[in-house]
Write a protein that binds this ligand. Structure first.
Ligand SMILES: Nc1ncnc2c1ncn2[C@@H]1O[C@H](COP(=O)(O)OP(=O)(O)OP(=O)(O)O)[C@@H](O)[C@H]1O
Ligand SMILES: [Mg+2]
Length: 264
């Protein structure tokens, strides 16, 4: 949250406030956030907070989809431009149901003017990476594809743009536990391979500790970050780590702090 190394900044939110009623009440007030860029390693930031505290709103600021009422949003120390490589996986399924999996994944490349053969072959690479080979001709809609498969499409679509910032808004919230665990492993694999800066929102504390390097907790409206836990687990993780005492201690610590944070 605060500058602690000489590394350049990648995301900075400065004294952000958000009101939807002309300043009578504030959803977010005096919120600051600073994420430093670990370019050849990437980092995994997790945001926790009660429903309605403004987590999705923060991701929308960083994606450039919304401007705060007051305050500044900087990417690489500059105001947001369309050149920033920021991808977002939304809280709701966001694939285009009238398009095939292949066309959904290739969509960003099409907008960039990449010709069809090249974009389809790149899209197939990512479809294979997320384990959807054989499904590329299907329409990206439920129930033709399951919830987990649709989130794989969304992840492939967001990764193909080679983002340096990947925003994920409760991406596994609607999945059954097996699929959710599989998706956590898939996400870690992709993260090790492409090392973007990930900002990940979840309500699941075990998921937050397993995936995150840093966990930031938001209080209720008017919200801002009031707690931070640095997750001192090894950089590379696998499911075995969840059985270790230190993992369980971290989960308990985050849980205790969350109980305080939500009653703040
Ligand atoms: N356009 C809008 N007009 C009025 N209020 C809004 C608008 N957009 C968001 N809000 C309010 O801002 C608050 C924060 O919303 P946001 O979606 O960021 O919450 P969240 O932390 O992501 O919640 P959840 O965990 O349920 O997804 C909510 O109270 C919401 O009702
Ligand atoms: Mg939300």
């Amino acid at each position: 949250m605060f500058k602690d190394t000489e590394q350049p900044n990648i995301v900075q939110l400065k004294d952000i406030s958000q009101s939807y009623d002309g300043g009578k009440t504030f959803i977010i007030q005096h919120l600051d956030m600073l994420i430093e860029d670990k370019a050849d390693q990437g980092q995994f930031i997790v945001i926790l907070g009660a429903s309605g505290c403004g987590k999705s709103t923060i991701l929308r600021y960083i994606a450039g989809l919304q401007k705060p009422t007051t305050g500044e949003v900087l990417i690489h120390d500059k105001p947001i431009t369309t050149d920033n490589r920021v991808s977002m996986v939304f809280q709701q399924y966001s694939s285009l149901p009238w398009m095939t999996v292949l066309d959904n994944v290739a969509l960003g490349l099409r907008y960039k003017g990449v010709e069809e053969k090249e974009r389809n072959s790149k899209a197939m690479e990512f479809i294979e990476l997320v384990g959807l080979a054989g499904h590329e001709k299907k329409f990206a809609q439920y129930p033709t594809l399951s919830g987990g498969q649709l989130q794989r499409v969304a992840i492939a679509r967001s990764m193909i743009a080679n983002p340096d910032i990947l925003l994920m808004d409760e991406p596994f919230g609607a999945l059954d536990i097996n699929t959710r665990l599989q998706m956590q492993e898939l996400l870690l694999e992709l993260w090790y391979k492409f090392h973007p800066t990930v900002v990940f929102v979840t309500h699941d504390i075990s998921e937050a500790v397993y995936l995150g390097d840093d966990i930031y907790m938001m209080k209720r409206a008017p919200s801002r970050f009031i707690e931070h836990v640095a997750v001192d687990l090894p950089f590379k993780r696998d499911r075995e780590i969840k059985r270790q005492t230190h993992f369980m201690e971290l989960v308990r610590d985050v849980e205790d702090r969350m109980l305080k944070v939500v009653s703040f």
